[in-house]
Design a protein around this ligand. Structure first.
Ligand code: BDP
Length: 346
């Protein structure tokens, strides 16, 4: 009897400790609880263990940025905050991950602004074609107060943007030859899941198929889509080039990556931990951008030597003319941010 009573008390105490730990660090964090055997908690134990969802493989530049961020958070918090990076979409495709982030079930993620736009409309601006002249122009904007305002605005969508990561420029590729915008006409083209992309593809006279990134290779192989578009590193690591070996360097979009935290998690952190996370995110950006630059070059080389048919675009005018109606139709919706982007031009 007595023993049973003790077991019940023990169980209740453990349950209370779990509850206390959970409320201290967010619903899905895994708090470490002091064991009753021996009583001592090893000093270096983390108070919080969080998960960060990433689509790409472990050696991809965004994943390397995530890992650098996690390492800096650990250092700056003296090991109190541990962030485990889950690459290769282990925690789901970006859209599903974002839903989990909104609930606080996944605490951190690195996603593309493309799918993010369906959760926070402001991010749709990055799917508009040719709004940036080059990487310098893009980064002038992303590092400005206006760029930061977009990250902060994610708070209305139950998330907080911590930093932008580099993602270069996106180009079309197809199972069919591509030499001009006309060649895209009538093709079924996979796009990132948002409305601006559908309008863009329609303006090019093609038909848009929004799909999760992880479904694209299968769709290209099965022929349910004939074309897609992405940057060199994604084209390379996703193996889309195997099914769509014709690429045209039209650079229609520059769609930045975003590192973010769930608002549910954020609100449970102390001001000191919030500072650690913000600083670590900001400090991981230069590293991610360096990794991006070298990986992008290597991917391009790999793709060219794999025999991809690459068409250079000397004159962007026909491309820009073809998609101009899109910019015009969204100019009102994105007026302030488009003005800010224009101002950031070198
Ligand atoms: C890549 C982004 C990745 C997106 C993917 C896509 O890094 O986050 O999931 O594009 O096209 O460039 O969906």
């Amino acid at each position: 009897m007595k023993k049973r009573f003790r077991t019940v008390i023990g169980f209740l105490a453990a349950a209370m400790a779990v509850a206390a730990g959970l409320s201290a660090c967010g619903g899905s964090a895994k708090p470490h609880i002091a064991t009753t055997s021996g009583g001592k908690v090893p000093e270096k134990r983390s108070a919080f263990t969080f998960r960060l969802a990433e689509t790409h493989p472990p050696d991809y530049p965004t994943t390397l940025g995530d890992k650098k961020f996690a390492e800096l958070v650990s250092q700056k918090s003296n090991g109190r905050i541990k962030i485990d990076v889950f690459p290769n979409s282990q925690l789901g495709e970006e859209k599903q991950v974002l839903e989990q982030v909104q609930l606080g079930a996944i605490e951190f993620s690195r996603v593309s602004s493309g799918p993010l736009a369906e959760f926070n409309k402001a991010f749709g601006v990055f799917s508009l074609p040719y709004i940036f002249d080059n990487a310098q122009h893009e980064w002038n904007f992303l590092s400005s107060a206006d760029g930061n305002k977009l990250l902060e605005g994610l708070s209305a969508s139950m998330m907080l943007g911590l930093a932008y990561y580099d993602s270069g420029a996106r180009h079309f590729y197809s199972s069919k030859p591509l030499r001009s915008p006309e060649d895209l006409k009538g093709q079924k083209i996979r796009v990132q899941q948002n409305k601006v992309n559908i309008a863009l593809i329609t303006a090019l006279g093609a038909s848009a198929t929004p799909l999760s990134y992880g479904d694209v290779l299968g769709a290209l192989k099965a022929g349910t889509v004939e074309a897609a578009e992405n940057n060199w590193p994604s084209y390379d690591t996703s193996k889309h080039f195997q099914a769509a070996p014709n690429l045209i360097l039209d650079g229609h979009q520059r769609v930045p990556e975003v590192l973010l935290i769930s608002k549910v998690t954020w609100e449970k952190l102390s001001p000191e931990d919030k500072k650690v996370i913000k600083q670590a995110a900001a400090e991981s950006v230069d590293y991610q951008r360096e990794q991006w630059t070298s990986f992008e070059k290597k991917s391009e080389q790999r793709m060219r030597s794999a025999g991809v048919a690459v068409t250079e675009v000397k004159d962007l005018k026909p491309w820009q003319d073809a998609v101009k109606p899109i910019i015009d139709s969204y100019r009102e919706d994105y007026k302030d941010v488009l003005d800010a982007i224009d101002k950031a031009r070198n």
